[in-house]
Design a protein around this ligand. Structure first.
Ligand code: ZN
Length: 381
């Protein structure tokens, strides 16, 4: 049945703001340190708050169905995370040690009682988003989640992530609706190491990641990491050079993501959508613009329409430009709705934006070609 008459869903919850990432004040030296006025942590809650305001005040929200999150059940978390990790996290959030037999919270990741609550609701929100699409309440969803999830491992909070929202959502989809093929497209600029780990030996979830090469986490997301056992070939890494930009990303989608998706024929598509490949992001160097994000979303929608009746769940991951992330998320949402509100890009007219949209560098061309040749071992490329 066609879902064309349905609108898009937008999931957000005020509880996501309870995750206070804190501030950075000290400058470390070989010996000692000194203090400056506080700078917000890169994943400051102002980013998602401004994004929510942008969606609300632009008029996008009123065109969508508002979806409400719920907390993840323990059984849903335990499909991936370990029991001892949950216990250790709770103890840590209440003042216990960062590291133990149970696992670890890495140095960069803030976990307080509020963070834990936010993370529970974000993971449950991802499941709710899946339900809304699978039950035909909406055509597709943007879930404005926080904290993000794709770096979180079984027993380790890593890279600002506490629970792996994408993994929990995919497992929920599989268990609740009996899906046999799910595709996760991870366009966050960093590699989704946790998601890769969860499905590394599993052909039932195709994990495909585009990310800045040699970036974060270290040695994660190399072309050669392709899955194992029955999952061989079902992990697809596409490392891209710095400066890839709108044109390079679109080429990678056209030459790799779409043909692989068409061949795999997933019954549901999840996107781990980090808007940190943008040209204003302080944590990466990829030069994407809001127009580029719109284009990628349109390509994924076309794929979903072709293979799974448009069923698409977009989960917010990273994105650290307070100024620009709201513009990029709104571009994704406009594409989901098939609308163009005529929002003028921040710094419209800057030559960097023009460059990103038009230049297909030799380095990018080479990287896309190399990925194509490599993944041809498993896919008709
Ligand atoms: Zn990221």
């Amino acid at each position: 049945m066609s879902a064309a008459h349905l609108t898009s869903g937008l999931l957000f919850d005020e509880r996501f703001l309870a995750h206070d990432a804190g501030v950075e004040t000290s400058v470390q030296m070989r010996e000692g340190s000194f203090e400056l006025d506080p700078e917000p942590h890169p994943s400051d809650l102002a980013i998602i708050k401004r994004t929510w305001q942008f969606l609300e005040r632009s008029g996008l929200l009123e065109r969508m169905q508002r979806l409400h999150a719920r907390p993840a059940h323990e059984e849903e978390l335990l499909v991936y995370h370990t029991r001892s990790y949950l216990d250790g996290l709770r103890a840590y959030a209440a003042g216990g040690p960062r590291l133990g037999d149970w696992g670890e919270v890495d140095e960069d990741t803030s976990v307080s009682t509020g963070s834990l609550e936010a993370a529970l609701w974000a993971a449950g929100g991802a499941c709710r988003a899946v339900d809304a699409v699978m039950r035909g309440e909406v055509r597709n969803v943007f879930a404005l989640l926080r904290p993000p999830g794709h770096h979180a491992e079984r027993n380790r909070a890593l890279g600002y992530c506490i629970f792996n929202n994408a993994v929990i959502a995919a497992e929920h989809a599989r268990r609740t609706y009996g899906l046999e093929r799910i595709m996760i497209i991870d366009w966050d600029v960093h590699h989704g190491n946790g998601t890769q780990d969860a499905f590394y030996a599993d052909p039932g979830v195709l994990f495909l990641s585009l990310h800045q090469r040699n970036w974060y986490p270290r040695c994660s997301g190399e072309l050669e990491q392709v899955g194992t056992g029955a999952g061989l070939g079902y992990t697809v890494n596409i490392p891209l050079p710095e400066g890839t930009g709108d044109r390079g990303y679109a080429a990678a989608f056209e030459q790799l993501v779409l043909p692989i998706g068409l061949h795999y024929r997933p019954q549901l598509i999840l996107v781990s959508a980090g808007q940190d490949a943008s040209w204003l992001d302080p944590l990466a160097r990829m030069m994407m613009t809001r127009r580029g994000y719109r284009r990628l979303t349109e390509l994924v929608i076309a794929l979903a329409d072709e293979v799974c009746q448009g069923r698409l769940v977009v989960l917010n991951e990273g994105g650290y430009s307070r100024a620009y992330v709201p513009y990029c998320v709104a571009a994704i949402v406009e594409a989901l709705l098939g609308l163009d509100l005529g929002i003028v890009d921040l710094y419209a007219g800057a030559w960097e934006l023009e460059r990103s949209a038009t230049i297909f560098t030799r380095a990018t061309r080479r990287a896309v070609e190399q990925a194509r040749r490599w993944h041809r071992q498993w896919w008709p490329l």
